[in-house]
Design a protein around this ligand. Structure first.
Ligand code: AHG
Ligand code: MN
Ligand code: MN
Length: 320
């Protein structure tokens, strides 16, 4: 046990990265990790639940169960952050509008409470994605202005992947660290200190079912990946695809398609979050032409194309 460092110990230790820190961010991370542990527990039960419901019959019931976990995770993260008190408002994939807490908290959070939700009922990895910003408006309530900050203004960004183990990976702009949940003690322990992503990789992750919907440039890049005999890996949970590529080296891309000219993924709680993490790990994230973290959001649920991962691969995709 001697060398184990828990997430709470790590957070306290790193508070000195922020001179004058009040501990509010640390407290917020504590709320997020607690919610993550509870979602992890529920996700682990999902298979069991689906079996029970499955005995009653239809696929619809499982579809409902899956939706329930989306809503459950959303409500849980919102409740934990509301109680914690340093967040004054949340933008979530699951809520059309900003959720206000009216508590004068100094942070706002953008989140995807359950990413890859179509994978829940088939026992495939899912995740949670969160971005923390300092509130910049001064009125009684947070405003859109607080959420329209570029990704480069994030105070912290992280994700939790509920996979073969549950991991929390986050950055406060001082490198990236990963913590694995030890279920026997219910604690996240530092397992991946100072994560750096390889500059080149041999994995490409894209939904190739959309191949004929992509631009010529994107198709050329995919063709080139095949010529190079790269490995195609696509889970369909952004968090899980990203996490694998971060550790092993690779590129994930969800480009614009003929039907969806802005792609599918959301800027505030998918692209920006992972862009900060990948950059902090030495990788790169663009929308094909512009650095993701430089984009100026105009809408809460704005979509953007995303090319993210090992620097050499992202640069090559941009040239294609
Ligand atoms: P969510 O479950 O939060 O709606 O996100 C799903 C996203 C992302 O996780 C994944 O990479 C992508 O959708 C998969 O989309 P396709 O099925 O179109 O490939
Ligand atoms: Mn998502
Ligand atoms: Mn989601």
């Amino acid at each position: 046990m001697a060398d184990i460092k828990t997430l709470s110990e790590f957070i306290v230790e790193r508070q000195s990265d922020f001179p004058g820190s009040t501990g509010d961010l640390s407290a917020l991370l504590t709320a997020i990790r607690l919610a993550g542990k509870i979602v992890s527990r529920e996700a682990n039960k999902a298979g069991l639940l689906a079996d029970i419901l499955g005995a009653a019959g239809s696929e619809n019931v499982q579809g409902e169960a899956q939706q329930k976990l989306d809503v459950y995770a959303n409500n849980l993260f919102i409740r934990m952050m509301r109680t914690q008190g340093t967040v004054c408002a949340v933008a979530s994939e699951e809520n059309d509008d900003i959720v206000h807490f009216d508590n004068g908290g100094k942070y706002v959070v953008a989140m995807d409470p359950l990413d890859g939700s179509s994978n829940i009922d088939v026992n495939v990895s899912i995740g949670t994605i969160f971005s923390i910003y300092r509130r910049i408006s001064t009125g009684p309530k947070a405003t859109m202005e607080d959420f329209m900050q570029p990704g480069s203004a994030q105070v912290a960004a992280g994700y939790i992947v509920y996979g073969s183990s549950t991991m929390l990976v986050y950055t406060t702009g001082h490198g990236v660290n990963g913590f694995t949940l030890d279920p026997s003690i219910g604690t996240f322990c530092l397992s991946h200190p100072n994560i750096t992503t390889p500059q080149e990789g041999s994995i490409y992750s894209v939904n190739e079912g959309n191949y004929y919907e992509f631009s010529d440039g994107v198709r050329n890049y995919i063709d080139d990946c095949k010529r190079q005999k790269m490995s195609a890996r696509y889970i369909g949970s952004l968090v899980a695809d990203f996490h694998r590529n971060l550790l092993k080296g690779g590129i994930y891309f969800y480009p614009a398609t003929a039907k969806a000219p802005k792609g599918k993924l959301r800027l505030l709680y998918e692209a920006n979050t992972l862009a900060l993490i990948v950059e902090q790990a030495g990788g790169m994230a663009t929308d094909g032409t512009t650095r993701i973290l430089d984009l100026k959001p105009t809408e809460l649920h704005q979509r953007c194309p995303l090319f993210i991962g090992s620097k050499g691969m992202v640069q090559k995709a941009m040239r294609s």
